[in-house]
Design a protein around this ligand. Structure first.
Ligand code: GCU
Length: 657
């Protein structure tokens, strides 16, 4: 087997813990994981795993401690011993990794006992992995890091050592659920629910010792395609029975199975609409099959018309999820979580927060992010997305004094708790994520899912500190990565207008690629101006899906934030932004600047040659060259396009073609 990169858990990350005397108290499979971690760490760094006697670090799993959250832990100093206490193995695992991240300061700090608990109950990664290779999408849909770590040769892999390492990485950042297959459920993958189930059992066994429950994506048409029934009508008693029986079989095999993920009536997937039923009917049928076993159905809100006529100016894809789902608030069962993409379109570099999040107070909502970089450079570009997710989680749909998006997801806004979900970015690439620096996005997702208040800059430094043994790389790497999301935004589609990517694979520029397509993602540039009028006054009325104050702030060009201007408004090229610049000059300036920032990123990286491992250095060097090529292409195509459309020259006279 080729060597797999240790990501943020190389031996060096365990230096402080591993050089000490450590005691682990407690039983169970997850406590055993902690004990194994300690055993390896002390072997690498000269410490000892002790049964009794004095210890520098005591990791204590004591079920009777009175703590009610199994995922919580308390860490503090008792005399000269740093003590982590939890009532469950999983809390102990999280406490152990907390101490690992703290490094020396865990043994020298003020020592006051502090309780830590996750701010979100569900912290989930969805894999868009297929068992079989898909003719267009490959094995992992929108995967940029090779094939699936789960599947090969038509089934679950024989050798699950990669999955074991992955489960360990996820457990260390507090991810507690994984969905094992693509939301687009094809023929073979549908059978994971039935005859391929024994293979799923093997995967569940690998994840369990790391505190992670597994889910399956299921096809709404499974009663027909797998069960041989004439219908998948969710209100048909035979259909309900079928789901009940199949689900009972799954739980007989995997007692801690998490539940289902469903993409229904979306981009060609089957769903309840075919039977004249709504999405609550559909979701509740699956929910009732899962309820006796404590399972949950994650029902995706990504429902829109993907066969739109571009001539039809009255249909607005951004409106679709709210139009479909908001009227159903209150009709979903308690074990349904509505899984809502962070923005109304599709994981663009810049979108407003989805209005669905503020519109369904009686529904459990989970916010879905995309760690895999479909529209953000496909793990060929450095695009550190943690600041974007932090911004979304901290957004206050009801204004400054209201709750945040994270509050809604966590159940702190008077609404029932859902959680946070993200599409994973890993594959069987030796670096896990194709671009080695994209590991930071996976790490950062887990950390923010645990605590949405963490500063993205601090999370980045944590990741750098763990991943790279040489501390001296920190400032340079931080400088290179921290602003890279905004850099990507500068050289791609401007001011929130979105897309302009090559249709199909979504990599690289094609300004009009989607302009006359059925997908509903248009920028409407003409000789006078650009942008989508989504106002109530003259446009699609989308702004009306937000509560006060945003419905009014977005409605007016005076108060709409610059970075979203073209998402909400069609404006002339000489419209002056709050920044004081015209829209057309802003487009030119940001595209020149963004591309030049990439050139500087490449220079910064070149300076790290002897301080990072040679294989990482080589891979990142290669990819930065590709990023610079692609950013140059973006700059020149976008600038040229708007120069020709508008006839307005760049006031600085730079080269536009
Ligand atoms: C995007 C992506 C698809 C994916 C879909 C989804 O449209 O391009 O590959 O299936 O999102 O989230 O369901």
């Amino acid at each position: 087997m080729i060597d797999v990169h240790p990501a943020w858990l190389p031996a060096s990350a365990f230096r402080s813990v591993g050089s000490r005397r450590v005691r682990v108290t407690g039983d169970g499979p997850v406590v055993a994981t902690v004990r194994d971690e300690v055993r390896t760490a002390v072997a690498d760094h000269g410490g000892a795993l002790v049964e009794d006697g004095p210890a520098d670090l005591a990791l204590v799993c004591a079920p009777d401690d009175g703590e009610t959250d199994p995922e919580a832990f308390v860490v503090g100093r008792e005399g000269t011993t740093t003590v982590v206490r939890a009532v469950d193995g999983v809390g102990l695992l999280y406490g152990f990794h907390h101490v690992v991240r703290q490094g020396e300061s865990a043994f020298t700090g003020d020592g006051e006992a502090r309780r830590h608990a996750p701010r979100q109950p569900i912290r989930m990664l969805d894999h868009w992995d297929n068992v079989d290779e898909h003719p267009v999408m490959g094995q992992v849909e929108r995967g940029y890091a090779g094939g699936s770590i789960f599947y090969a040769d038509g089934g679950v892999r024989e050798d699950l050592s990669r999955v074991r390492s992955y489960a360990r990485l996820l457990g260390s950042i507090g991810v507690n659920r994984v969905c094992l297959n693509n939301v687009n459920v094809h023929r073979t993958e549908a059978r994971l629910l039935t005859d391929l189930l024994p293979d799923v059992v093997r995967l569940a066994e690998v994840f369990r010792p790391h505190g992670i429950r597994v889910h399956l994506s299921v096809s709404f048409a499974a009663p027909i395609t797998l069960g041989g029934l004439p219908t998948a009508d969710p209100l048909d008693p035979a259909v309900r029975d079928w789901w009940a029986h199949v689900t009972a079989d799954v739980y007989a095999a995997i007692p801690d199975f998490g539940g289902y993920v469903v993409k229904a009536d979306s981009e060609g997937q089957p769903g309840p609409f075919a039977y004249g039923r709504d999405h609550a009917d559909g979701a509740n049928t699956l929910a009732r099959a899962l309820a006796p076993f404590g399972g949950t159905v994650f029902w995706r809100a990504f429902v829109y018309n993907h066969r739109q006529d571009w001539r039809d100016r009255s249909t607005d894809r951004a409106r679709a999820a709210h139009d479909h789902f908001a009227p159903l608030d209150g009709s979903f069962d308690a074990n349904v979580v509505l899984q809502v993409k962070n923005g109304p379109l599709d994981f663009q570099v810049r979108e407003p927060v989805s209005p669905v999040i503020a519109a369904m107070p009686r529904t459990r909502l989970a916010v879905e992010f995309q760690v895999t970089q479909e529209y953000t450079g496909q793990q060929k570009h450095v695009c550190h997305l943690v600041p974007q997710w932090r911004e979304v989680l901290a957004f206050r749909p009801w204004g400054e004094d209201g709750h945040t998006v994270a509050d809604v997801a966590a159940g702190r806004a008077g609404t029932p708790a859902g959680g946070v979900v993200a599409v994973s970015n890993v594959g069987d690439d030796p670096f896990w994520t194709g671009h080695p620096l994209a590991q930071a996005n996976l790490f950062g997702f887990g950390r923010l899912a645990w605590d949405d208040r963490l500063a993205p800059e601090a999370v980045l430094d944590e990741w750098i500190g763990l991943t790279f043994a040489d501390d001296s790389v920190r400032d340079a790497l931080h400088g290179l990565m921290d602003g890279s999301w905004r850099t990507y935004e500068r050289y791609t589609a401007p001011l929130g207008v979105g897309f302009m990517v090559r249709p199909g694979d979504h990599y690289g520029p094609d300004v009009d690629g989607y302009e006359y397509s059925p997908w509903g993602t248009y920028h409407f540039a003409d000789r006078d101006g650009v942008g989508v009028d989504r106002t109530r006054a003259t446009g699609t009325g989308y702004t009306g899906q937000y509560p006060v104050p945003w419905r009014d702030r977005y409605e007016s060009v005076e108060t709409c934030p610059d970075e979203l201007l073209l998402f909400f408004h069609h404006v002339p090229y000489d419209h002056v932004l709050h920044s004081g610049e015209t829209v057309i000059q802003h487009i030119y300036d940001t595209h020149f600047a963004g591309r030049d920032e990439v050139a500087r990123m490449a220079d910064t990286w070149a300076g790290l040659a002897d301080r990072v491992p040679a294989d990482v250095f080589g891979r990142v060097t290669e990819l930065l060259a590709e990023q610079l090529r692609c950013a140059t292409e973006w700059r020149d195509q976008v600038n040229t396009y708007f120069r020709r459309k508008s006839g307005v020259p760049d006031k600085h006279g730079r080269t536009i073609y």
